[in-house]
Design a protein around this ligand. Structure first.
Ligand code: GLU
Length: 416
C-alpha cells in the first residue's frame, strides 16, 4: 500500500481513537468515518505536442455541517482518491479547531507539474474546474492552493468559474493573486500561523526564539516562509530539504538566499557553503525545532525514536503516523499537530473569502493581527485540553474539533 493510501487509514484511525476517548455518539462516529461525497473526473487536455492526455482528478467533501466545503487542490503524481479523502477529513478538523465556519474538502489531480508547460497547466486547471463547475461555488465549495498549486492556478480557477456564471466571482476560490481579489498575507499565512503556534509554545516553556535552531523539511511555500519568518525573529535555520535532497549548516543558513538558489537551480541541493543532507537525515538533525512541511508519512515507527528536536511543528498535512505519535509523546516531545499548526492557511483563506464576498479589502496588519488572535486562542484551547485530559496535543486538537463538528451535526439533525 502506498503512503498516500495509508493516509486514509491513518485519518480514520485518528477519528476512531478520539471517538473512543470522548465516547462519541456512534451514529455521529459512523457518519464521520466516511466522506459526504466524492467526485472522480477525467481531465483530458491537449498537450503542446498536439496529443491528448487524460489525467484523473478528484474532489472530496468530508463534512459540511459547519459551513461550505473548504480545502486545497493538490497537483502531484501520487494523488489518489484515498489520499484526497484523508486530506478532506483533516480539513474538517482543521476548520473546527480554529473555529472558522467551514466544512472539510480536498481536491487533486494526479499529474507531474514539473513536466507540464504553463499552457498545459492552464488547460488542465480550466478543464478540471469545468468538470466540477456545479460543485464549486462561493456558498458550496471553495478551493485553495495545496502542494504544487499556486496563486496563478487559483486565478485560472476563478476565471473559469467567472466565465461560466457571467461575472467576476472572487468568493469561489482563495489563495488568489492580490490583483484579482486575493488577500494580503495569504501567501505566508500557513507559515505565519505555524510560527504563532510555536511562539505560544515557547512562551509556555519560557524559552526564547533567539535560542532556537530549526530544521525545515520541504522548501515550498510553507517551508520557505516558515524558515524566513523564524530566521527574521532571531532563530537559526540550520537545515532545509526539498524533494531532491537538502543542505545543512550548523552555523545557520540564509533562508532568502537559499530560496533564490532554489529558484535558479530547481532545488536547494548543492547550495554553496553547506553540507549535503537527505530528507531522512534532516528529520534526525540535532536542532530544537523540526518543521515537517512536505508530505505525509515522514515521521514513522522507523525513525520516531531518533528525532532529536524537542518541538515538532507540522506545517505539512499528515507527516506523522499514529505509532510515531505515541513514541514522541513517551519521549516527552512537544508536538504541534497539523490540524492546529498549519491551520493559518485556511484561516486567512477564510479572511480572503469574507473580503471577496464583501468586496471590501483589509490591510496586511489587520489580516496578520486577526490571524494571530485566532491561532493564539486555538493554541490555548488545545493546550488546556491536553493538560486537563493528559493527552497529546493531537488528541487534544481532535477532542476540540470533533466536539464542535458533533455539536453542529446534532443541532442540525439528520435529514430527512
Ligand atoms: N491546502 C491548505 C491546507 O491544507 C489550505 C486550504 C485552504 O486554504 O482552503 O490547509
Amino acid at each position: 500500500m502506498s503512503g498516500q493510501d495509508n493516509a486514509l487509514d491513518i485519518a480514520v484511525q485518528q477519528l476512531d481513537q478520539v471517538a473512543e476517548r470522548i465516547n462519541l455518539d456512534p451514529s455521529i462516529h459512523r457518519r464521520l468515518r466516511r466522506p459526504a461525497r466524492s467526485y472522480i473526473v477525467s481531465v483530458p487536455i491537449r498537450l503542446d505536442n498536439r496529443e491528448v492526455e487524460v489525467f484523473e482528478g478528484y474532489r472530496v467533501h468530508h463534512n459540511t455541517s459547519r459551513g461550505p466545503a473548504k480545502g486545497g487542490i493538490r497537483y502531484h503524481p501520487d494523488v489518489t482518491l484515498a489520499e484526497t479523502t484523508a486530506l478532506a477529513m483533516w480539513m474538517t478538523w482543521k476548520c473546527a479547531v480554529v473555529n472558522i465556519p467551514y466544512g472539510g474538502a480536498k481536491g487533486g489531480v494526479a499529474c507531474n507539474t514539473k513536466v507540464l508547460s504553463r499552457g498545459e497547466l492552464q488547460r488542465l486547471t480550466r478543464r478540471y474546474t469545468s468538470e466540477l463547475i456545479n460543485v464549486f461555488g462561493p456558498q458550496t465549495d471553495i478551493p485553495a492552493p495545496d502542494v504544487y498549486t499556486n496563486p496563478q492556478i487559483m486565478s485560472w480557477i476563478m476565471d473559469t468559474y467567472s466565465v461560466s456564471v457571467g461575472y467576476a466571482e472572487p468568493g469561489v476560490v482563495t489563495g488568489k493573486p492580490i490583483a484579482v481579489g486575493g488577500s494580503l498575507g495569504r501567501n505566508e499565512a500557513t507559515s505565519r500561523g505555524c510560527i504563532f503556534t510555536i511562539y505560544s509554545l515557547l512562551r509556555r516553556l519560557n524559552r526564547k526564539v533567539e535560542d532556537q535552531t530549526v530544521a525545515v523539511q520541504g522548501y515550498g511555500n510553507v517551508g520557505y516562509h516558515a524558515a524566513q519568518i523564524i530566521h527574521d525573529d532571531g532563530a537559526k535555520v540550520i537545515a532545509a530539504t526539498d524533494s531532491k535532497g537538502g543542505v545543512f549548516n550548523p552555523k545557520g543558513l540564509d533562508p532568502r538566499a537559499l530560496a533564490r538558489y532554489k529558484e535558479e537551480n530547481g532545488s536547494v541541493v548543492d547550495y554553496p557553503g553547506a553540507d549535503s543532507i537527505t530528507n531522512e537525515e534532516l528529520l534526525e538533525v540535532d536542532c530544537s525545532i523540526l518543521i515537517p512541511a512536505a508530505m505525509e508519512n515522514q515521521i514513522t515507527q522507523r525513525n520516531a525514536d531518533r528525532i532529536k528536536a524537542d518541538i515538532i511543528a507540522e506545517g505539512a498535512n499528515g507527516p506523522t503516523t499514529p505509532a510515531a505519535d505515541e513514541v514522541l509523546f513517551e519521549r516527552g516531545k512537544y508536538h504541534l499537530p497539523d490540524i492546529l499548526a498549519n491551520a493559518g492557511g485556511v484561516t486567512v483563506s477564510y479572511f480572503e473569502w469574507v473580503q471577496g464576498l464583501e468586496r471590501y479589502f483589509w490591510t496586511e496588519e489587520e489580516v496578520n493581527s486577526k490571524l494571530k488572535g485566532i491561532m493564539d486562542r486555538a493554541f490555548d484551547e488545545v493546550w488546556e485540553m491536553a493538560q486537563k485530559e493528559k493527552v497529546t496535543m493531537r488528541m487534544a486538537s481532535y477532542i476540540v474539533a470533533v466536539r464542535r463538528v458533533t455539536e453542529a451535526m446534532l443541532l442540525r439533525g439528520l435529514h430527512p
